[in-house]
Structures are given as C-alpha cells and as structure tokens.
Design a protein around this ligand. Structure first.
Ligand SMILES: Cc1cc2nc3c(=O)[nH]c(=O)nc-3n(C[C@H](O)[C@H](O)[C@H](O)COP(=O)(O)OP(=O)(O)OC[C@H]3O[C@@H](n4cnc5c(N)ncnc54)[C@H](O)[C@@H]3O)c2cc1C
Length: 377
C-alpha cells in the first residue's frame, strides 16, 4: 500500500485557478496540489489570449478582474522577475447594425471604468489597425486594458506555494475521492492524500471530479475556443496595435510576439478533453477578421484550441458545496480565468479558512453568497 500524506487542504488541478488558490492557502496551512498532467498549466491556462480587461463578461467577472488589478500591477516583492502587466488597449468595433451593442457596452461599463471612450467612425479609423472604412461605424476604446504575462503569474504562484511549504504533485490524476473520519481521501498514482478540505479547481473536469466524490454536478459546460497565429503586415508597427474585438464577440485579433493572434471567438460545446483546433473554425475566424480589416491571412503559423468552461449564468463559482462537507468548488471561470485569478485565489483562501474577505473584493460588493455554488443549483 502507498503511504498516505496528511495535509490541511488538497487542491485538484494546477492551472491558474488551483495555483492561485494554493498560493494563498499555503500561507495558512499545509497544501498539496494534485495535477494529472506532467506539466502544470497544460490545459486552458497555457492556451489563453492573456488579456486583462475590466469590460469583459458579466458583472461578477468584471468586479473580480478589477479587484485583482492591484496584485497584477504590484505583485509582492520577488513574485516575478518582470512586470506582470503590459499595456494593450482594446478597441471594440461595430458595424452599422451593432451601434446599440456599442452604446450598451459603453453605458454599462463607463461608471466603473471612467477611461472608457465611445468613438465615432473617424476616431476609430485613427487607431492604426487597417480597419475597413465601409465596415466600421464606431468603437468603444478601453485604453487601460493590459496583457498579462500568464506564465510569470502562474509560475509566481507555484514558486510561492513551494516557498510556503506547499507541494505540487504532477502525474497525480485524482481517481477516487472518499470522505472518511472527517477527511477527504484523494487517491492518485502518486499516493493517497488526506485533508479536511478539497478545492476542486479541475477546470473543464470540475463536474467529473465532483462525480468521483458522489457530489451532484454544477452543470459545467466546457466550450472550445480556437486561436491561430499569422503574419502581421510588413513594417507596419503592428506590435503597437490595440486588440481589435468585435463588439458582438464574433472575432478578435491582437499582436503576439511580432505576429498577430486571431480567433473566431468560437464556443463549441465539448466534453472535457485535450482540445484541438478545427480547420473550419480557423477559416471562419480568418474570414471575419478580413471582412473587418485589410489583413492578408494566408499562412497560419501556429494554431491551438482550449476549453473555456461555464456554469448556467457564465459567472465563476467559488464556495463550499452545501451538501458535502469540506468540498469547495472553484469552477466556471469561462473566458476570464486568468484575469480573475488574483481575486478568486485570495477569496478562496479567505472562505476556506473563515478569514474576512479581502478588502479589494468586499469594496466591490463581492459576497460569499454571490460566489457560492448555491447560485446555480
Ligand atoms: C483561446 C482562449 C483564450 C482565452 N483568453 C483569455 C484571456 O484573454 N484572459 C483570461 O483571463 N482568460 C482567458 N481564457 C480563459 C482562461 O484560460 C481559463 O479561464 C483559465 O485558464 C482556467 O483555469 P483553470 O485552472 O480553471 O483550468 P485549467 O488551466 O484547465 O486547469 C485545470 C487543471 O486541472 C487538471 N485536472 C483535471 N482533472 C484532474 C484530476 N482528476 N486530477 C488531477 N488534476 C486534474 C487539468 O489537468 C488541468 O491542468 C482563454 C481561454 C482560451 C481557451
């Protein structure tokens, strides 16, 4: 029989969600993070577009992104070797039939994000990207959006976890979860781990992990999203372009290390899996981008897909299951699990340990009840 390791909290999954929660939890107890893959960050976390936007998703997601800004802008000393954020404004563009959507986006967000600007056609066309004059009638500019150094953030959390005495165990898929004697016992090929609390941060697999413990699912739906890299026009300073984002969420394109990253912003329902891109989705994305901007998407240099996982109301869940003692859900981050991780990780540690919620979150009206799984049951 393999030895059993006793700790205070088991975290299942070492993506951005698990890593951020484990970092804060390790400050207050012994933490083991169990990851099925050889490398942490192999799934959704390693496949994102790396954006920080305060206008993205629903109200809770937006509040969480804003609450996490201070950490991203000024992480603790020694957390990362270089800044985690670099400026990348977002230009939400619209056609004549999307004027209402532009106005709505602006109206909903302007009170919270005072730097937001509503642009007419001429001002929109000034923004360097070769937008087609007969396509675009206006835009909303989010000037204070940023790119996140996802790897530095993720590795910073994992380094901090280790420095605080926590453990990351890779190639340790949790295959059984049993509650016995007030402890959850998580069985893996690397041994059994036991703790009073388990944090389910398994990304697209959160419902699968709950089923191992005999717990009712949240109805989490993983959705595939495709990204592809193509050449920027020669000598055009494309590195400085804003991210171009369709206001109806039908495509986006942004600079990426000297080239451009495009996406059809697809949301194809999927089983939890190692997601792969479909040629048709790439063709759809390229076509939509070329309708909006005079770009020539001939050679696809790289492509990938990842799963963004949603519960019914498309807002993240962070809270204890009402029916299963010590089982904590950290799920449903959708398309915002990188930008919301600083706030959600700290909130998870506060809720698990019964500490007051971080000021950054409570100042934005974020409550335990709002975050909990009861909301979607
Ligand atoms: C194309 C694309 C673009 C995106 N762009 C952005 C963006 O610009 N900004 C943003 O904030 N977000 C973005 N996202 C969303 C973001 O990537 C996700 O919300 C985030 O990575 C989710 O993190 P996670 O830790 O929950 O999931 P994951 O990174 O998938 O981690 C879950 C982990 O759990 C592990 N696991 C599962 N089951 C088990 C088990 N039984 N035992 C042990 N381990 C297990 C998995 O192996 C995995 O490593 C994007 C996503 C995609 C796909």
């Amino acid at each position: 029989m393999r030895p059993m390791e006793r700790c205070d909290v088991i975290v299942v999954g070492a993506g951005m969600a698990g890593a951020s929660a484990a970092y804060w939890l390790a400050e207050r107890g012994r933490v083991a993070v169990l990851e099925q893959e050889e490398v942490a960050g192999y799934h959704a976390t390693g496949r994102s577009a790396a954006m920080y936007m305060e206008t993205y998703g629903g109200p809770l997601t937006r509040g969480l992104a804003t609450a996490g800004h201070a950490f991203l802008a000024e992480p603790p000393a020694g957390f990362a070797a270089s800044p985690l954020l670099s400026p990348r404004p977002v230009l939400y563009v619209g056609r004549a039939d999307q004027v209402e959507a532009l106005d709505r986006l602006y109206g909903e967000n302007r009170p919270r994000v005072p730097t937001l600007a509503r642009l007419g056609p001429a001002e929109t066309l000034e923004h360097a990207v070769p937008l087609r004059e007969d396509y675009v009638v206006g835009a909303v500019l989010e000037p204070a959006a940023h790119e996140i150094d996802v790897d530095a953030l993720h590795q910073g959390y994992l380094r901090g976890l280790r420095a605080r005495g926590g453990r990351l165990v890779t190639e340790a898929a949790v295959t059984a979860l049993v509650r016995e004697g007030g402890l959850w016992h998580a069985e893996t090929a690397a041994g059994t781990y036991a703790a009073p609390v388990v944090v389910n941060a398994a990304g697209a697999w959160c419902d699968v992990v709950a089923a191992l413990a005999g717990i009712a699912p949240l109805g989490l739906q993983p959705k595939r999203r495709t990204a592809f890299i193509f050449d920027a026009p020669a000598g055009d300073g494309a590195d400085d372009w804003p991210m171009l984002h369709d206001v109806g969420d039908a495509f986006y394109v942004k600079p990426d290390a000297g080239r451009l990253l495009g996406s059809p912003a697809d949301e194809t329902p999927s089983e939890p899996c190692d997601a792969y891109p479909e040629e048709l989705d790439i063709a759809i994305g390229a076509d939509r981008i070329m309708q909006a901007a005079a770009l020539d998407i001939r050679h696809i240099r790289n492509k990938w897909a990842g799963l963004r996982s949603f519960v019914r109301d498309r807002q993240p869940v962070a809270g204890f299951d009402e029916a299963a003692e010590g089982f904590f859900w950290l799920a449903g981050q959708g398309g915002a699990g990188i930008m919301t991780a600083p706030a959600l990780g700290a909130l998870t540690a506060a809720i698990v340990t019964g500490a007051p919620l971080p000021d950054e979150a409570s100042a934005r009206g974020i409550t335990v009840a709002q975050l909990g799984p009861g909301r979607v049951r």
